[in-house]
Design a protein around this ligand. Sequence first.
Ligand SMILES: CC(=O)SCCNC(=O)CCNC(=O)[C@H](O)C(C)(C)COP(=O)(O)OP(=O)(O)OC[C@H]1O[C@@H](n2cnc3c(N)ncnc32)[C@H](O)[C@@H]1OP(=O)(O)O
Length: 435
Amino acid sequence: MTIDASAPPGYRFRQLTADDRRAVTQIDSWAFPTSVDPEEIDRGPSPLTWERTVGVVPDGAATPGSDLAAMHASYPFTRFPVPGGTLPTAGLTWVGVHPQHRRRGIASAMIDLHLARCRERGEPLSALFAAEYPIYGRFGYGKAADDVRVTLRRGARLREVPGASAHAVRIEHADRERHAALVDAVHRTAGSSPGGLGTNRPGWATRESPELQAAWWHDAPTFRSGQESRRVVVVERGGEPRGYALLRRKLDWAPTGPEGTVSVQEAVALDAAAARALWGVLVDLDLMTETKPFILAPDDPLLSLLADPRAVGQRRVDNVWVRLVDVPVALAGRQYAAAVDTTLAVRDDRVVENDGVWHLRAAPFGDATCVRSDVPPSEADLALDVRELGAAYLGGTSLTGLGAAGLVDERTSGSLAVAATAFGWPVAPVCSWVF
Ligand SMILES: CC(=O)SCCNC(=O)CCNC(=O)[C@H](O)C(C)(C)COP(=O)(O)OP(=O)(O)OC[C@H]1O[C@@H](n2cnc3c(N)ncnc32)[C@H](O)[C@@H]1OP(=O)(O)O
């Protein structure tokens, strides 16, 4: 893989390897302050895929690599779920610049290198979780999904679902050898056919690489913030796992009695009865007063099963962001929820190959094609920035909503409503874990 993008004056890029682990921990804790001892961090597995990890070194650094000014990396998602399919996607991550070197264009140069490498590797998409909301729009990433955060009181009432009580429940220490295959299988099935619908959930990335797997199951006491070690709840029917939750409890004592919190890292169920069985356990653990799921899809069954959804204080938070790195491959690589035959004038000032007019044609839930069009940009049906295309790409952000905000320009009357319907998707996009 080449590094031909240029770093800002006074800096150069450096491909990092496993030997740079210490320098990576140091620059990462400059960017993301932590009280955890670097040696403790380095004792655990790194989630990084080293050939996708690049440092920035100041000119004149004593030992190249030991004195990083910045770094970034990406996770390999070979099967990132997009509406009706999967595409190779680079999960941009660990973007960090030392505070002394910030606002000199280092992050911008790193993103340009990242996008160039995505194209070299044939990855038409990049996705990320944004540390701060305002950072990534300028680089062509659009907020493509939301998730919902709630706090459930002990005993929160849930509607009944036939068959829920037929599940057996196991509550155990979470253990990679014992539970990884089960967790991965249920997670994958839930993403490819949520609720048995047969229509996939866009954005539902799996922890594909061995490095991500190792890091996911690492459970060192230093990282627990006073909580217990990780536990798993498995609900089974007929001896088959139908759902799981990974969680930690923390018990505090108030003068009035116990005040425990259940932090649910990930809860996944394959159908409504399994979801009801799982959440029934999670909201009724002894000595616990509240249960906090981490990430819920906006259409997670829990939100419909709650007798009083208002009582759980719902908050919507940005989830996955998406950047189209190769517009025609990305647009032809997903399905559409309605027939569409339209021209899109796309503006992209970072990846010039994307800039121009594209002719998109698709049958409902079928094949799509996207080719460059001779139509001048001023005569395309719709005009938008690549950032807005990224926002709409997974089907979770309405093109009409973006149009109402003046971010999509409808030049052929009626074309926006048709495109917005086609770009939508029956299942809300979400990623169940932060990468
Ligand atoms: C996918 C992920 O990894 S998310 C993690 C992102 N990392 C962090 O939040 C860690 C702490 N922050 C940092 O390390 C750095 O401040 C970074 C990476 C956010 C930015 O790095 P820099 O090298 O300072 O960015 P750079 O100089 O290229 O700035 C480019 C532009 O983005 C803007 N920008 C940079 N950071 C921010 C921010 N946090 N909020 C708003 N605007 C920002 C700059 O003002 C600049 O704008 P301009 O072009 O109009 O002048």
